[in-house]
Design a protein around this ligand. Sequence first.
Ligand SMILES: C[S@@+](CC[C@H](N)C(=O)[O-])C[C@H]1O[C@@H](n2cnc3c(N)ncnc32)[C@H](O)[C@@H]1O
Length: 225
Amino acid sequence: MEPAADPDYWRRRWEEGRIGFHEGRVNAELQEFWPALDLEPGSRVLVPLCGKAHDLRWLAERGHRVVGVECSERAVAEFFGEQGLVPERSRCGPFRVWDADGLRILEGDFFALEAEPEGPAFDAWWDRAAVVALPEATRGRYVERLATLLRPGARGLALVLERPDEPGQGPPFSVDADEMRTRFAPPLFTPPRELLRREGGGPPAEDGRAPRREEVVWRLERARA
Ligand SMILES: C[S@@+](CC[C@H](N)C(=O)[O-])C[C@H]1O[C@@H](n2cnc3c(N)ncnc32)[C@H](O)[C@@H]1O
């Protein structure tokens, strides 16, 4: 198994402080493109593989009911600590549940998350550095799992990285436009739309080269049928 497919790899990175992916501020593309999704304030928003992203708080402040999923206890504890929130803790199946101020984080493996008995609950989702955190062999499972959690017509944004000169290297792994169009395709999704493409992103190259890299924002939608 590729290391990044294993939650223990990520837990170790958190313990060792190797979290170069953490922005420490609200993501700029989230702020720019989220309003165009035109969601009701009370919408339920899923943030898979959420880390301790400030994005969670920003989404909750928009009036959304936010649920993040994160496998590292340290990440979750640091999130609430740094945000000055005192969470209530409980348990739900394989997850530890942390709740504060309309914001919930499920601590556990995203692949263990199942739709509620009355049906998929999420109206929207935000993916920054989630699909690109996973190796190719795991990404199909990620998209399928995501689809089971989203109600028909749910809308989402994904901020992904393309690394054409570094195929297979990661995380973050390169997820190009062809792959996005193939994975987020009918019948589960409507055809995705590219909203923004710009140069840059990703960790520095170890050998000092300047490989081509592009960050791309996608608008995604769960199909209605
Ligand atoms: C590249 S980081 C991105 C974090 C966050 N989205 C951000 O923008 O800062 C990926 C995160 O996913 C978590 N993760 C990886 N695999 C996971 C899994 N199977 N279930 C839950 N969380 C996972 C890692 O611990 C890490 O915090």
